[in-house]
Design a protein around this ligand. Structure first.
Ligand SMILES: [Fe+2]
Ligand SMILES: [Fe+2]
Length: 390
């Protein structure tokens, strides 16, 4: 080999060149016989080289987004937040009476958690069933992909809600809105289809309105005397804040899967509350990405992506994070105020493996050998899932 060339070759190239020179390219050892380095070479990997972990934090509330007279919307799609390939989110606000116009989404279902205000939604299903519902803080809705719907803030205060979509490529600004469609349909066909006079049609909006001001309806649905009769109260609605919590020494979780909220068949949502100093223990989710939105308080999230890669970020209200399916992670509460956040998972079932339960499911001798610790030290390990540790 040319000495000057040798200095320019990488280790991988040298392994390849040596193998080819000594035994011939067609006679490489089988994978079973090869050393780990050679196995890596054979499958085309560069040993020890892995992409750095992506940025898994995005400050959605720091964006300008779309702002209009009736409200505003800020979004996080793969454009803004490439780490989240499977879930997109929108932080939306509607003024009193403000309307998110009639529309549907071709590629994603819509989930939302109401944080402030009272909203009225309408939705149409393919079987012709129409539904109108009232949502208050702590309520979630779910509109399956393609179902036509509209939102209106019917309270006297500004409303705020966070939308989640089961596809990271989904853009709220690329939905199918009724004004956009009618504006791009020949007027004589609109006349024929909607029985409207040409004069009326000429005054219809010329482009998509998206979010518009509106009047608070006089006779919106009156809420029930008791808001907590049962959950869900209707096919599209689930009272997340009122469901029984899963309690741990350092906080609680409220987990809504398709079992509790059947229409919600592509997502699982978990509201989490961490008391000051709490640790959401080391764990991972085998079946889904975890998309987090921080509502109040602060937290430090660390993800582990194998190959020596770990990354930590701090989060506060209005910031979002994402943990890829299968990545190890944990959440440390920080600051004196309790921390509240919700997590969306792109699966109708919830799966989690915690480090405490995993270790508890192994014999002491194996743990002792694996960690290089004594049996007495092994005996100190937890025996069951800890969840949120105080
Ligand atoms: Fe929508
Ligand atoms: Fe998690």
């Amino acid at each position: 080999m040319n000495p000057s060339l040798k200095t320019k070759l990488t280790r991988r190239e040298m392994i390849g060149a040596a193998s080819a020179a000594t035994i011939g390219a067609a006679m490489l050892p089988s994978a079973a016989e090869a050393s780990p380095q050679e196995q890596n070479y054979q499958v085309g990997k560069d040993p020890g080289k892995h992409e750095p972990l992506p940025n898994f934090k995005f400050d959605i509330e720091a964006q300008t987004g779309w702002v209009g007279e009736g409200g505003s919307a800020k979004e996080a799609t793969v454009e803004e937040f490439p780490a989240s390939q499977n879930i997109a989110g929108v932080s939306m606000r509607l003024k009193p009476g403000g309307i998110r116009e009639l529309h549907w989404h071709a590629i994603a279902a819509e989930w939302a958690l109401v944080l402030k205000g009272t909203l009225r939604t309408t939705v149409i299903s393919p079987n012709g069933e129409a539904a109108t519902d009232i949502f208050e803080p702590g309520d979630i809705w779910y509109f399956p992909k393609g179902h036509g719907h509209a939102l209106q803030n019917i309270s006297n205060e500004d409303s705020h809600f966070v939308l989640g979509f089961d596809d990271g490529h989904f853009s709220e600004f690329g939905t199918f809105s009724i004004t956009d469609w009618i504006a791009h349909t020949p007027p004589h066909l609109v006349t024929k289809n909607l029985n409207l006079d040409p004069a009326t049609i000429s005054n219809l909006p010329k482009k998509e309105l998206y979010i518009i001001p509106g009047k608070i309806p006089a006779n919106s649905l009156d809420p029930y005397l008791s808001g907590n009769l049962e959950t869900p109260q209707s096919a599209h609605k689930f009272r997340l804040y009122d469901m029984p919590a899963l309690n741990f020494p350092g906080g609680w979780e409220r987990i809504v899967t398709a079992n509790e909220f059947p229409i919600n068949h592509t997502l699982t949502s978990v509201l989490q509350y961490l008391e000051p100093g709490a640790l959401r223990e080391l764990h991972w989710h085998p079946n889904a990405d975890e998309w987090q939105f921080f509502i109040s308080g602060r937290a430090r999230v660390t993800i582990f992506g194998a190959h020596g890669r770990a990354k930590t970020e701090e989060f506060g209200p209005g910031q979002i994070g994402v943990v890829q399916q299968g990545f190890g992670h944990y959440v440390e509460q920080i600051g004196s105020e309790p921390t509240k956040f919700f997590a969306l998972f792109n699966s109708p079932t919830f799966e989690e493996i915690s480090i405490s339960k995993w270790l508890a499911g192994n014999p002491a001798s194996l743990i002792s050998d694996n960690f290089l610790i004594t049996k007495e030290e092994v005996a100190r390990l937890p025996r069951k899932t800890l969840g949120i540790i105080k």
